[in-house]
Design a protein around this ligand. Structure first.
Ligand code: SAH
Length: 239
């Protein structure tokens, strides 16, 4: 029994040690991710490619998924939620194209990964997460990694973040059947909003641009995101 325990302990320590050694290799995995998953699929914006190469995605996934941190698919992050596929993060970022002085609102902090990518490309990032445990862990993680221009709050993103409005860009990383009205009010004139619209299956990733208080829609591609909780979900149940 004792030998078995000692063996398991050695195995555990060895895995941690290998993971630490592998930490350097993640740089290669990140470069390969940018080359094979992003550039080959048409992501061109140099700033976005740079940010995707900078942010250590393996710091945003649970320990048991570290080996898959740079894989070409979403990953579970706990509480029934996921961190999006790298390509989708890059695509959404490229489309809203945040500028260094922009104020960005994200709905659905999740792991904080998308917020970290945005933080390197914009002035300030405000991110709202409805699951308090995820909001807390993402805030702690972003703070530890010194993403100083990201602010996280727990709450229903349907309501946005009125105190920090108006925003140049809004990115919604959970699917919803319509744009929450408060978010339209919190978007600047000529501001960009991107979201997965849950109009049937599959969902439609759409870009909206605010033009004299009208939201002009452009379809991007089909996607699959977790559904928005809170007010939108309750409305759906009442229908
Ligand atoms: N952007 C995240 C992934 C988002 S997954 C990342 O980079 O890791 C979608 C997230 O939206 C989940 O964490 C989910 O809890 C959150 N969410 C769902 N409904 C929400 C709402 N009404 N307000 C804020 N966050 C919400």
């Amino acid at each position: 029994m004792l030998w078995k325990r000692i063996f398991l302990l050695i195995l555990f320590l060895f895995s941690i040690f290998s993971l630490c050694l592998a930490a350097d290799d993640f740089k290669d995995l990140r470069r390969q991710m940018v080359e094979n998953q992003l550039k080959k699929r048409g992501i061109k914006n140099k700033r976005v490619l740079w940010a995707m190469n900078e942010v250590k995605r393996h710091k945003f996934v649970p320990l048991q998924s570290i080996a898959y941190a740079y894989a070409d698919h979403p990953l579970r992050i706990g509480n029934g939620q996921t961190i999006s596929q790298p390509y989708i993060v890059a695509l959404m970022t490229e489309i809203i194209d945040p500028k260094k002085t922009d104020r960005v609102l994200e709905i659905g902090t999740g792991s904080g990964y998308q917020a970290a990518v945005l933080s390197l490309l914009s002035g300030e990032v405000y991110s709202v997460e409805i699951i308090p445990e995820l909001a807390k862990s993402a805030a702690t993680r972003l703070n530890k990694l010194e993403y100083k221009n990201v602010f996280v709050k727990a709450g229903d993103g349907f309501l946005g973040w009125p105190e920090a409005a108006p925003f140049d860009c809004i990115i919604i990383t959970c699917s919803t059947p319509r744009i929450p009205e408060p978010l339209i009010a919190q978007l600047k004139e000529a501001g960009r909003l991107i979201l997965p619209l849950a109009e049937g299956y599959p969902q439609k990733l759409c870009l909206f641009t605010k033009d004299k208080n009208k939201m002009v829609k452009k379809y991007i591609t089909d996607v699959l995101f977790v559904p928005m909780k809170g007010k939108v979900e309750q409305e759906k149940m009442r229908d």
